[in-house]
Design a protein around this ligand. Structure first.
Ligand SMILES: Cc1cn([C@H]2C[C@H](O)[C@@H](COP(=O)(O)OP(=O)(O)O[C@H]3O[C@@H](C)C(=O)[C@@H](O)[C@H]3O)O2)c(=O)[nH]c1=O
Length: 189
């Protein structure tokens, strides 16, 4: 059985699948087309991605691709623990500009549905985080955008001190939401 858990953010869902433990370890179906579609999660996935973050305190975010290159993502962690964060960038959404964080780990096996129009990022809470995700749109570097992880107007409360987080140069220079290019309209994407 696949279980969907609503979150504070409109349209964002946590996903739990059955995990069958035994003397060898465990088994779980991480994505099953017909079971996910029966719950309304019907996407034409085009790409699977993996990142490794070697240390605790790596911060990647807050990322999105502009329309028409928007991506739905289903994200999860296969080794390690992260605090994953989303910001709703869809103008007109009841939760516009709000953020929420979720623990995703090799232990809770939780996945997160990141709808189109959300900025997404995470901080690693352990070393050796293997993060994998499906997306339903190809990588489009010309549409690659982000907002600053520490935008005071958004006010994300990271669970650890991220003032010296290990980050890409690109992410250190992201604009605030009020200055960011953003063409998402709630209901239109
Ligand atoms: C995302 C991506 C990157 N790349 C390349 C570009 C670059 O040389 C290298 C690293 O890219 P980045 O620094 O953007 O990688 P990263 O910071 O891990 O980017 C990811 O972060 C998380 C939080 C997300 O939400 C993802 O959608 C994606 O934006 O990989 C691809 O070739 N295809 C892709 O789909």
């Amino acid at each position: 059985m696949v279980k969907l858990i609503n979150t504070k953010l409109q349209d964002v869902k946590l996903i739990e699948t059955d995990v069958f433990g035994d003397n060898r370890g465990f088994f779980t179906e991480t994505w099953t087309k017909e079971k996910f579609e029966a719950l309304g999660l019907k996407y034409d996935f085009t790409q699977d991605n993996q990142s490794l973050s070697a240390e605790a305190g790596v911060l990647r975010g807050m990322h999105y691709q502009l329309a028409p290159y928007t991506q739905t993502k289903i994200v999860r962690v296969v080794t390690g623990v992260i605090w994953d964060c989303l910001v709703d960038l869809r103008k007109g959404s009841p939760t516009y500009s709000q953020w929420e964080g979720y623990i995703l780990s090799e232990y809770n096996h939780r996945q997160l549905l990141v709808p189109k129009g959300f900025a997404h990022g995470f901080v690693t809470l352990t070393p050796n985080v293997n993060f994998i995700y499906k997306v339903d749109g190809y990588y489009a570097p010309q549409a690659d955008r982000g907002i600053a992880f520490n935008d005071p107007d958004v006010g994300i409360q990271w669970p650890t001190d991220v003032s010296h987080a290990i980050m890409s140069d690109k992410d250190l220079k992201r604009p605030q939401l009020k200055d960011a290019e953003n063409n998402f309209i709630y209901g239109e994407i």
